[in-house]
Design a protein around this ligand. Structure first.
Ligand code: GDP
Length: 300
């Protein structure tokens, strides 16, 4: 049985796509020793599943080197994937009930930032925590309006003002401290068209946040669109230039057979994917779980 994340059918369906699209072909090989053509097939499958060219080539090289047989391939890949995921420490979102928890959310427009913030806010709210959203994409009125809709949906408070985003973040954290909030989630702009300004702006906001949260719990989350694959990873570099990222959230995995992106992120960006978006509804958010993810990939 497919049992990824143990939730509802939607999640199973979401990751079934990845599992089926992923390896359906390559485990049907039956010759004892993998030949050149089969190795090529494996490489293509890995690339298609979004592990990235470098990682796919590396894995196939190791298959060759170890003379892995067809019937050993599944276990070999499982081990490879496990060791990639094991190279990253912590897949759990940082949270400290004795501190103010601040999440700074970055990513390109359209990646799913607003939706993720809404889902996360709702989750914290359901845990009876006091949550404040900071509508940090201050240049796009529509972005602030969208976030406002999500705040209402989740039943949490929101700070919206037309002032520079760093000033708004400053104000938001001050407000959270003076009114005993447990969680602050700060949105940001993601206009790649104006890369220089975006980087400068994100740097400024991050500096303010770091300065204001010295004794608090801070996590900077990069939101990546799971359907964008490697393209998303290269876009991530813009955000790396600007701020230190702690973790990733992958959105839209419900529509994509490309769950391999999680491995590429661990391998290339050295970051944990902690949250997975599997739909547009408020509860369509799951915590990443390493063991279940691996099992799901190999379930057929
Ligand atoms: P932002 O510009 O980064 O804030 O992106 P939005 O949160 O506005 O999302 C962009 C689009 O992606 C919207 O149509 C969302 O409904 C959709 N979206 C976001 N997350 C998911 C997800 O996990 N699954 C699906 N299928 N759609 C999503």
């Amino acid at each position: 049985m497919f049992n990824f994340f143990n939730k509802d059918n939607k999640i199973k369906t979401a990751l079934t796509k990845t599992a089926q699209g992923f390896f359906k072909g390559i485990f049907n090989l039956n010759s004892a020793v993998l030949d050149e053509f089969e190795l090529e097939d494996i490489e293509t499958t890995l690339i298609k599943a979004d592990l990235g060219v470098d990682l796919s080539v590396e894995i196939v090289d190791r298959i060759k080197e170890k003379k892995v047989k067809s019937n050993e391939l599944k276990n070999f890949l499982k081990q490879e994937f496990c060791s990639i995921l094991d190279s990253i420490d912590n897949y759990k979102l940082k949270f400290d009930s004795n501190k103010l928890n601040v999440y700074f959310v970055v990513g390109v427009n359209g990646a799913g930032k607003t939706t993720l913030i809404g889902k996360l806010a709702s989750r914290f709210k359901k845990q009876n925590l006091k949550v404040l959203l900071v509508a940090g994409d201050t240049f796009r009125a529509a972005a602030q309006e969208q976030l406002d809709i999500w705040a209402k949906r989740a039943g949490v408070d929101i700070l919206i003002e037309k002032i520079p985003p760093a000033a708004l973040a400053y104000k938001g954290i001050d407000l959270a401290k003076s009114e005993n909030y447990d969680v602050v989630i700060i949105d940001s702009a993601g206009r790649l068209q104006n890369k220089y300004n975006l980087i400068e702006e994100l740097k400024k906001i991050k500096n303010v946040i770091v300065d204001k949260t010295k004794n608090d719990n801070l996590e900077t989350i990069l939101v990546l669109d799971g359907t964008q694959g490697q393209n998303g990873i290269s876009q991530a570099n813009v955000f790396f230039e600007a701020v230190k990222i702690d973790s990733c959230a992958i959105t839209k995995l419900d529509g994509s057979p490309k769950g391999g992106i999680v491995l590429a992120i661990a391998n290339e960006l050295k970051l944990p994917c902690k949250l997975i978006g599997v739909g547009e509804k408020i509860d369509d958010l799951i915590d990443f779980n390493k063991e279940e993810f691996i099992e799901a990939l190999f379930e057929q």
